[in-house]
Design a protein. Structure first.
Length: 318
């Protein structure tokens, strides 16, 4: 039985890697209504922020992995991370050199017709949830990840990649034997694009987040509760999980956002369960161990599970 892509609009009620320089304009740190500093990277703005500050990002594409650790605002002065109004801000955790047309892929005739490979220097260092490699095309189409050379030779799920951690290489075969040097390929560099731990009183809004392995956004309470964090007006894509928030969180809001994964509708359920290197049964929104929280007005497409919510006093509605 083939798996069909789920399109879900929720309307129910339930009780660090090194960043590349951004292609856009500088990141602004706004304090008391005035720009007090500018930065070439978003992470630098985050690191310099204080309670009540706004890290405001001008339109452009930023290849970074963002980490917020033990940095908090206050109930009356939250810290805000936002894209400028009416400007598109894309933050991408993909390996930047492969996102442009290039000559980094070399032909590998011994791996079959249309096979190529390239060096991806971070593969061998991955552990745990980072070990599965995910790749997408510029339109968000997810490529199959083949776990063995035999599977890659068979190409049973169509175009895809075969990562070999031992030599830090990724092998690829595209539809119609297309040369990957002529198209952007997005390979996620880390467990998540946006990681937050032990933080309170944040507002994250008006941003496009792309690519990760375990999730695009991974936020968790560490050493205590994560409290009063709002995610809104986001576009999230490119990982088995859209946003994963757990395990001890209070007053978390996820609203007015879209979460999408570019699955191929022709992939077989049995192949996904048995032949993919790691289960792909992720959720667009996963909110676990939560209390006094809200999930509202979100659209989720292409995940195995639309939403996974556990806790108490959680409102999920349209």
């Amino acid at each position: 039985m083939k798996r069909f892509i789920l399109v879900l609009i929720l309307s129910i009620f339930i009780t660090r890697s090194h960043p590349a320089k951004a292609q856009g304009a500088p990141v602004e740190l706004v304090r008391a209504g005035q720009t007090v500093q500018t930065f070439p990277t978003i992470q630098a703005g985050i690191d310099a922020s204080l309670p009540g500050d706004t890290i405001r990002i001008q339109g452009g594409t930023y290849f970074e992995n963002l980490v917020i650790s033990a940095k908090s605002g206050t109930a009356s002065q939250p810290i805000t991370l936002e894209g400028r109004t009416n400007e598109t801000v894309t933050i991408d955790a993909a390996y930047e050199p492969l996102t442009k047309t290039n000559n980094l892929w070399r032909a590998e005739p011994g791996f079959g017709q249309g096979a190529y490979s390239t060096s991806v220097p971070f593969l061998s260092a991955r552990t745990g949830d980072e070990t599965t490699t995910y790749a997408t095309l510029v339109d968000g189409t997810l490529l199959w990840t083949y776990s063995t050379r035999s599977y890659f030779d068979q190409l049973f799920s169509g175009q895809g990649i075969y990562p070999v951690r031992a030599n830090n290489r990724v092998y690829i075969r595209l539809t119609n034997n297309q040369n990957p040097n002529t198209v952007p390929i997005y390979i996620a560099r880390s467990q998540a694009l946006f990681m937050a731990g032990g933080v309170n009183h944040w507002r994250i809004r008006n941003l496009k987040f792309r690519n990760g392995t375990y999730a695009v956004i991974f936020a968790r309470g560490t050493g205590g509760w994560m409290t009063d964090v709002v995610f809104e007006n986001l576009e999230v894509s490119g990982s088995s999980g859209g946003i994963r928030v757990w395990p001890t969180v209070d007053a978390v809001t996820i609203r007015n956002s879209t979460f999408s994964l570019g699955w191929d509708a022709n992939w077989w359920w049995s192949d996904v369960k048995e032949k993919h290197p790691k289960t792909m049964e992720g959720s667009g929104i996963s909110l676990l161990g939560a209390r006094n929280s809200e999930v509202a007005h979100n659209t989720i497409t292409g995940y195995f599970n639309g939403i996974d919510v556990q806790g108490r006093n959680i409102d999920v509605h349209h």
